[in-house]
Design a protein around this ligand. Structure first.
Ligand SMILES: Nc1nc2c(ncn2[C@@H]2O[C@H](COP(=O)(O)OP(=O)(O)OP(=O)(O)O)[C@@H](O)[C@H]2O)c(=O)[nH]1
Length: 434
């Protein structure tokens, strides 16, 4: 199947990181812009109000000191000025005569950092000092000149800044909440889809389905994807089953259900490869029914078939699960015993197989058709190193058995004594000394 791989850009980032970054930037920009605009507007309002207030204080001082100023009574001026100024937030205030000479003055006592910063701010916001004319009998005889205390401006700015920081913190919390929702509602369904795509492509797994999503578009995407998986599954299942049954047919005998010769040979070859590296022994038994043709001839082909199936069943019952019994064809079977710790095991199992044939065929009790097998045994590595050599050795042992005494077993190459075989096997088993 042709696959189309996208060229990934040099720098890739996740959707969640992109959304988080975008949310963060928008939230910060909004808080800063809003905070700046609000602070500026409030500062302008504060400036107008302070200007108005200071004008009012200057006029009060001018009114309170007009008589004293007319008679140049500096003590009275100082007293009146001190009384009013101490109740207001003033940095300093002066009462001057018409020629600009100072008749009375007030100076704020404290000169803290807050006052210094405040005075700077006041001189920036209100460039000129606030003035009011001192009028006596309709004639201007002097002037009041004063400057407000700027500490309230500083407090205002501080509280504005604090407000902005609180807003930033709240914005951060809101963003975290939003990012959780994005993760839950968008990222998780998308990640589930990615996992499904991966499973379908890499492991050919089409059983899992995309979960439902709260987001309409993602839900539709999931539904579409599920429909696609169902189509693939519907298409794949018969193909898969067909291929399984074809594989089974190619490897098994339909009458007995046992593996066939090709399978046996492959399996033996594989086990031999493993045994060569691990030094373990194995045995191949070659089984042939005695006078099977006469059963066919006398009772018919169907009875012959039933006899073969019964023999297969009985042989299978005598061996371990990991041993293999196969039908090689006609009335011939083979057994692979692996691993084989002792040579005696091969003869012992052959005896058991032969003994299991003693009962007549249950389908035809009246006829007393009793199965009978001749068995040839070949041991690896003594009688052969390959599947071919071992099968041939076991076959010729079986043939010799037939010619000598049917219904018995014989080990290949009668010159080899079983004790020699045992020694040979032990020599090859790992961890054992000869
Ligand atoms: N019923 C049946 N018979 C089969 C099947 N396949 C082969 N045969 C027959 O099995 C018989 C095998 O006979 P042989 O093994 O040659 O000879 P035998 O009669 O067993 O004689 P010995 O092997 O010398 O004991 C032949 O007659 C085949 O036609 C099968 O699937 N079903």
């Amino acid at each position: 199947m042709k696959t189309t791989a996208l060229n990934a850009p040099d720098e890739q980032t996740s959707l969640l990181a992109t959304l988080q970054q975008a949310h963060f930037r928008v939230a910060m920009l909004m808080v800063l812009a809003l905070g700046f605009a609000l602070t500026l507007a409030a500062l302008m309002a504060l400036r107008a109000s302070a200007q108005h207030n200071l004008q009012h204080v200057a006029r009060s001082i001018a009114y309170a000191t007009e008589a004293a100023a007319a008679f140049k009574d500096t003590t009275a001026i100082q007293e009146a000025l001190g009384q009013i100024a101490s109740q207001e937030s003033l940095a300093h205030a002066h009462v001057l005569d018409a020629k600009g000479a100072v008749l009375g003055q007030y100076q704020r006592n404290s000169n803290s950092l807050l006052n210094t910063v405040g005075d700077r701010m006041v001189s920036l916001l209100l460039t000129q000092p606030t003035t009011a004319a001192v009028v006596f009998q309709g004639k201007q005889i002097g002037e009041v000149r004063l400057r407000g205390d700027g500490s309230s401006f500083v407090w205002f700015l501080f509280s504005g800044l604090a407000g902005m920081l609180v807003c930033l913190a709240l914005g951060g919390l809101a963003m975290r909440q939003l990012s959780r929702r994005v993760r839950r509602d968008i990222m998780q369904p998308l990640q589930a889809l990615i996992a499904l795509t991966h499973a379908a492509r890499q492991e050919r797994s089409t059983q899992s389905r995309a979960p439902a999503s709260k987001i309409t578009e993602l839900h539709q995407l999931g539904e579409g994807f599920n429909a696609l998986l169902e189509e693939i599954e519907a298409h794949q299942t018969p193909l898969h089953q067909e291929s399984l049954s074809q594989t089974h047919l190619a490897n098994h005998d339909s009458l007995t259900g046992l593996p066939n010769r090709a399978y046996f040979r492959r399996r033996l070859t594989r086990v031999l490869q493993e045994n060569q590296t691990e030094g373990r022994g194995l045995a191949v038994l070659y089984l042939d029914h005695d006078h099977f043709k006469s059963v066919n001839d006398r009772y018919g082909h169907a009875t012959g078939d039933a006899l073969l199936a019964e023999v297969a069943k009985r042989v299978r019952a005598q061996i371990r699960d990991n041993d293999v019994v196969a039908r090689l064809g006609g009335d011939e079977f083979a057994v692979l015993l692996t691993p084989l710790p002792n040579v005696e095991d091969a003869t012992r199992i052959s005896d058991k197989i032969i003994a299991s044939m003693s009962e007549p065929l249950p389908q035809r009790p009246a006829d007393r058709i009793v199965p009978s097998l001749s068995i040839g045994i070949a041991i690896y590595p003594v009688h052969g190193q390959t599947a071919e050599q071992l099968l041939r050795a076991a076959d010729s042992a079986m043939y010799r058995s037939k010619t000598q005494q049917r219904g018995r077993h014989l080990i290949s190459n009668t010159e080899v004594d079983t004790s020699d075989l045992r020694e040979s096997l032990q020599y090859r088993q790992p961890g054992r000394q000869k």
